[in-house]
Design a protein around this ligand. Structure first.
Ligand code: PEP
Length: 250
């Protein structure tokens, strides 16, 4: 099975009705190479607007959800609610959720299970801090983060709707992109880990995308690496030139 290239945008806490109308207008009008899947993650309040305005061949994602269905969790949003207002995907375990909001590996795993159970696809983020890379612990950290999910979703079938985003934290929003070789090395290790813990099929079929200061200039070189199946793009997804990143493999 060949893995479909996937480019995700992550708007984080950015955007307005006006900017979304203008950006979707530009993106909808752009020519995108066939065979690349595109998903845009937006703040939850803008999901209905984005789902309405965005070209229908692109997916809309929430940027987080809770692992419970409903209840006394003031300010939280359930996976079912995201789906109800038009999301087909959710980004989980982003480093900003882990490091600013203190989300544990286990909590991210529970959210992943819940999101899949309601029919959402998941972009599951993992990645090491700078000090962890410098201490030679990259593989260990990424494997720990992924193992928590594999522990409660151990079957190959569970991974059909999960895309792993490897996002070294030191590269997110810093302009300091990983080299194509650094990305390839970690992606290859992740694939080997999936093979050991789940199956050869999960390793072969699961898409592993890279995130961290990807832009229209550096994307093609990273995207050519054999274990890089796309990108998760933060800052550069807020501009019409995001279309050029979607066309990285043209
Ligand atoms: C992200 O937020 O997932 C991200 C990769 O951000 P940036 O592209 O801005 O580094």
């Amino acid at each position: 099975m060949t893995r479909t290239f996937l480019v995700g945008g992550n708007w984080k806490m950015n955007g307005s009705v006006k900017s979304i109308e203008s950006l979707t207008g530009a993106l909808n009008a752009s020519d995108i190479v066939e065979g690349t899947e595109v998903v845009i993650g937006a703040p939850a309040v803008y999901i209905p607007l984005l789902a309405e305005k965005l070209r229908k061949d692109w997916g809309v994602a929430g940027e987080n959800c809770h692992d419970e269905d409903s209840g006394a969790y003031t300010g939280e949003i359930s996976a079912e609610m995201l789906k109800d207002v038009g999301a087909k995907w959710v980004i989980l375990g982003h480093s900003e959720r882990r490091n600013i909001f203190g989300e544990s590996d286990e909590f991210v795993a529970k959210k992943t299970k819940k999101a899949l159970s309601v029919g959402l696809k998941v972009i599951l983020c993992c990645g090491e801090l700078l000090e962890e890379r410098e201490a030679g612990a990259t593989q260990q950290v990424v494997e720990r983060q992924l193992k928590a999910v594999i522990d409660i979703l151990p079957n190959e079938k569970d991974w059909e709707n999960i895309v792993i985003a490897y996002e070294p934290v030191w590269a997110i929003g810093t302009g300091k992109v990983a080299t194509p070789e650094q990305a390839q090395e970690v992606h290859k290790d992740i694939r080997a880990f999936l093979s050991r813990l789940i199956s050869a099929g999960a390793a072969e079929n699961t898409r592993i995308i890279y995130g961290g200061s990807v832009n229209e200039k550096n994307c093609a070189e990273i995207g050519r690496k054999p274990d890089v199946d796309g990108f998760l793009v933060g800052g550069a997804s807020l501009k019409p030139s995001f279309a050029d990143i979607c066309n990285a493999m043209k």
